[in-house]
Design a protein around this ligand. Structure first.
Ligand code: NAD
Ligand code: A1AUG
Length: 525
């Protein structure tokens, strides 16, 4: 793109239709290609140097645990320090690189990813246990983040033209958004491409250099992303890729005096730990570290008696069990008014029973949960649920012919009290808790009775109630008459209230500001 070429308006990457032959063939071919490359080794990337370590993370297929996706080199503290020094050095040149040039690298990366989108999706089918549509949506969102943040950086760099400061006689004032410094990027495994690419590219395009520590369940897709950024022309040392233990490398870098910011997405427990550690001032530290922390959810759907009950039941099931309930936005709770409670519950159970379980590469609606510890945790919660409500369907370990993985039947509990543990704690698996409310206002009260506040949905045909619910349901992303998952970049900036995080609104118009500091210069004329 030349300096004068006008960038077209941002549009979301379309999803692939896998019910049609071309889409189906494309992903099947991509899966075959990725399978032929399994078991490779992936290095750290520090200042352009590819480093292979003795100690490695084994990434495996959660739907077929004997299948190794790849062996990923693992950073220790010494390598994390080397990466910090590389990022500090590179920051001196990267911060001076024009915003337009930085943005162009993201646009190039988006174009390359788009060209090879099915390959990225296929890798997530195998490494993260996503079915075709879930993996495709993840890749599409990653492409969106790259395209969106590139445009956002260009917009911010022209802020004095689009949002002129109030004129002051005899002085010329300018506001610029300058980068912060070196940031540590810590994404989760559940959107292993989209969130990793979004968090990393936003920090980079704003002029920062970063240390990317990917989630240990999904380091291969993160390694592919790091390689892609280099292919797109990102100078060495801007993105330093350092997989490793959260407790070792994560704590070391969070506490590091030269870390300027930490961008984290993950659980409440780890987010609060990072926030606390980052608040301490290390000897030699000359700033308050900025922490962006997007955390868990206990999201839900409220249904009143005027609602389209079929649509509501479908949305409840899709929100609860899409990607096995492993989304921060998962609708793990539903509150239904008494008048239609039995009818909606029956529909939900029927739809849930229709969900078939199997290997993600064969595109079953329900696949495995991510690993053994998650499997045990979800099964433990199902036992808790049996004491707290009535298990209407599912909840057992599922056998999948020819596959050894972490499969669990989607579980629906009804008659669950709002204070029950399965109503209050994030399970992050295929478990839905349904509660009965006397009326829609009580249902909204029950919905709000949580420490989290990420997503929610309200189903009704009554305009007055919709109006009131939009005001009173307290969460960062609130939807009406649709599922509570699947926010789109640009149109539905994403982030939550309370213990769901700092409400950073990824994919929104404020997001890049989190990785900059505003500098005002005033010159006497
Ligand atoms: N709010 C959102 O936008 C959003 C999006 C996706 C996922 N999530 C949440 O993420 C969680 C699931 O992801 P997860 O299991 O990867 O979460 P997690 O908190 O276990 O791990 C997240 C990341 O933190 C790292 N980590 C662990 N300990 C660390 C430490 N001491 N210091 C630094 N880093 C450390 C992990 O290696 C991983 O990369 C769920 O709670 C889900 O709701 C939130
Ligand atoms: N942004 C995604 C959720 C990300 C967290 O897991 C959604 O809107 O469903």
């Amino acid at each position: 793109m030349s300096k004068t070429a006008k960038l077209d308006v941002f549009r979301n990457e379309p999803f692939t239709d896998f019910s049609q032959e071309p889409g189906k063939r494309a992903i099947e071919e991509a899966i075959a290609k990725v399978k032929s490359e399994l078991g490779r080794e992936y290095p750290l990337r520090i200042g352009g140097e590819l480093i292979f370590t003795e100690d490695k993370i084994r990434s495996f297929n959660p739907g077929q645990t004997s299948e190794t996706i790849g062996w990923v080199s693992k950073a220790d503290r010494a390598l994390a320090e080397k990466a910090m020094q590389s990022a500090l050095k590179t920051f001196e040149s990267w911060k001076k690189t024009p915003a337009q040039t930085r943005a162009e690298i993201l646009l190039k990366a988006a174009a390359i990813m788009q060209e090879r989108k099915h390959e990225f999706s296929a890798l997530m089918v195998l490494e993260a246990g996503k079915n075709y549509a879930e993996a495709d949506a993840d890749t599409a969102e990653a492409i969106d983040f790259l395209n969106f943040y590139a445009r956002e950086m260009i917009r911010l760099s022209k802020i004095n033209e689009t949002m002129p400061l109030t004129p002051v006689a005899g002085e010329e004032n300018r506001l610029t958004y300058i980068p912060l410094g070196v940031g540590v990027i810590i994404p989760p495994w559940n959107f292993p491409l989209a969130i990793c690419a979004g968090m990393t590219s936003a920090a980079i395009v704003a002029g920062n250099t970063v240390l990317l520590k990917p989630a240990s369940n999904t380091p291969v897709i993160a390694a592919k992303f790091a390689a892609l950024m280099e292919e797109a022309g990102l100078p060495a040392g801007v993105l330093n890729f350092i997989p490793g233990s959260g407790a070792e490398v994560g704590d070391y870098l969070t506490a590091h005096p030269q870390t300027r910011f930490i961008s984290f997405t993950g659980s409440k427990e780890v987010g609060l730990h990072i926030n606390k550690l980052a608040a301490d001032t290390a000897p030699g530290q000359i700033w308050i570290k900025r922490v962006v922390a997007e955390m868990g959810g206990k999201d839900g759907i409220v249904v009143d008696e005027t609602a389209d009950l079929d649509a509501a039941a479908q949305a409840i099931v899709t929100s609860a069990f899409g990607y096995q309930g492993q989304k921060c936005s998962a609708g793990s709770r539903a509150f239904i008014v008494e008048a239609v409670y039995d009818e909606v519950v029956e529909k939900v159970v029927e739809l849930t029973r229709r969900l078939t379980i199997g290997l993600p590469e064969h595109n079953f609606p329900v696949g495995p949960v991510i690993d053994e510890s998650s499997y045990r945790k979800v099964l433990d919660y199902i036992e808790v649920g049996k004491q707290e409500g009535e298990l209407l369907t599912g909840g057992r370990q599922a056998e999948v012919a020819g596959a050894q993985g972490f499969y669990i039947e989607p579980a629906v509990f009804a008659g669950v009290d709002g204070k029950a543990r399965i109503m209050q704690e994030e399970i992050f698996g295929p478990v839905l808790a349904i509660g009965k409310a006397q009326d829609w206002r009580e249902a909204v009260r029950l919905f709000n009775d949580t420490e989290f506040g990420l997503t929610g949905a309200f189903f009704s045909r009554d305009e007055d109630r919709i109006y009131e619910a939009l005001e009173t349901m307290h969460c960062g992303n609130l939807y009406v008459n649709r599922k509570c998952t699947g926010a789109l970049v640009g149109g539905q900036p994403f982030g939550g209230f309370n213990m769901s995080g700092t409400d950073s609104k990824a994919g929104g118009y404020d997001y890049l500001l989190l990785f900059t500091q505003a500098k005002l210069t005033s010159r006497k004329k």
